[in-house]
Design a protein around this ligand. Structure first.
Ligand code: EPU
Length: 346
């Protein structure tokens, strides 16, 4: 275990924001973490767990000890009657892992292709795209308690998955001791991939691919390639233009609120949810407020998808946050809806 000092973070966050970590340790195994906790000076520091950096906005140099998760490994570890169980180290690149499962002949993750970030971050956000969420393919994960150094395992129910949400995004409080934000580092994730695979093709963008190509029964590799095409067409590549994917969650409203908005804006994009609520497309709301292409300093709203904020080169975290707040204010003033950010502001 080596503690590096004054480490540049620009290449370690998808927004490409210039910042430094006062001290950083690369965690390749539980042993590295246990060495950190056995060192009194390191153990005493507040800690920031960093995966692929695809869901953070850095607003300055990081004073906390940065634990950069680099645990490797991908393997088939078991099976049940209906699933193959595949395990990956938290430091594995998510998209490469999806490709690897397909190479092994184990479909199920193809709709989640090209999502930036690492395997370890995928349950934190309960990543989702094109009709599949991580929780639909999740088996269990191993994490290390940052206080005690003990490894523990959580199943899906214990992760308390929600829309872009899990127990890892909540801080525990007096009446709710369940939050694990800042308290644990995920080291491995296991996925349950269906032995009898069925394609998930319900999204309009995928239906359009079927119409355009004439392929009515695509295999998982074909769906993977379609998803990559669709994402490349509307989402910027963080390696080229810094961004953290969707900056806000899609809000849900009551049918009455939705009817009120439709009365004023008949084109509002909305989807009925199984629980009777209505999900609105945050991208549409932001677009309707005229934000596409607008900037604050070097932070901007992506021209092809208003839900994505981008770094036009040298943006500060402060500029990103100012832009995000201005968007929230204008969407609230026009629609009465408070948009909730997806990324964590550090
Ligand atoms: N729209 C606009 N203007 C815009 C952006 C979107 O009118 O500037 C409209 C679109 O035309 C479409 C609707 O809004 O009718 C929804 O847009 P899109 O299909 O691009 O999906 P989204 O709701 O914006 C969500 C996820 C994405 C995920 C896609 C596909 C959230 C916050 N975002 O985006 O996830 O890839 O669906 O499933 O749920 C992410 O979380 O980082 C992410 C990229």
């Amino acid at each position: 275990m080596i503690a590096e000092q004054n480490v540049p973070l620009q290449a370690l966050n998808a927004f490409g924001i210039v910042a430094r970590a006062r001290e950083l340790v690369r965690v390749r195994s539980e042993a590295d973490l246990q060495a950190v906790l056995a060192d009194p000076a390191l153990a005493a520091q507040p800690k920031l767990v960093l995966g692929g950096g695809s869901n953070v906005v850095l607003t300055g140099d990081v004073r906390a000890l940065v634990l950069k998760v680099e645990v490797p490994g991908r393997r088939l570890v078991g099976e049940t009657a209906r699933h193959w169980i595949v395990e990956a180290g938290a430091g594995e690149n998510w998209h490469d892992f999806v490709g690897w499962t397909l190479d092994q002949g184990l479909p199920g993750l193809e709709n989640l292709a090209l999502i930036p970030g690492t395997v370890g971050a995928s349950p934190v956000q309960n990543i989702g795209a094109y009709g599949v969420e991580l929780q639909d393919r999740f088996d269990a994960l191993d994490a290390v308690d940052l206080q005690s150094g003990q490894t523990f395992t959580l199943n899906a129910a214990q992760c308390a998955f929600g829309y872009r949400d899990s127990v890892f995004k909540h801080v525990s409080s007096g009446d709710n001791g369940l939050g694990l934000a800042g308290r644990a580092l995920i080291v491995r994730v296991r996925f349950a991939l269906p032995k009898v695979w069925a394609p998930v093709l319900g999204y309009q963008d995928l239906e359009r691919k079927i119409t355009d190509t004439g392929i009515t029964n695509p295999d998982a590799r074909c769906i993977h390639d379609w998803i990559c095409d669709i994402r490349r067409a509307k989402l910027p590549d963080p390696a080229v233009l810094g961004n953290a994917g969707s900056f806000f969650k899609n809000p849900t409203v009551t049918p009455e609120q939705c009817a009120d908005i439709i009365a004023r804006d008949p084109k509002v994009v909305h989807y009925p949810m199984p629980d009777g609520s209505i999900k609105l497309a945050a991208g549409w709301l932001i677009d309707a407020c005229g934000w596409k292409g607008k900037t604050v300093g070097q932070a901007g709203v992506y021209e092809k998808q208003a839900l994505v904020l981008v770094n036009r080169g040298g943006a500060t975290g402060g500029e990103v946050v100012t832009l995000a707040k201005a968007i929230q204010t204008s969407v609230y003033e026009r629609f009465g809806i408070r948009l909730e950010p997806e990324p964590v502001v550090v």
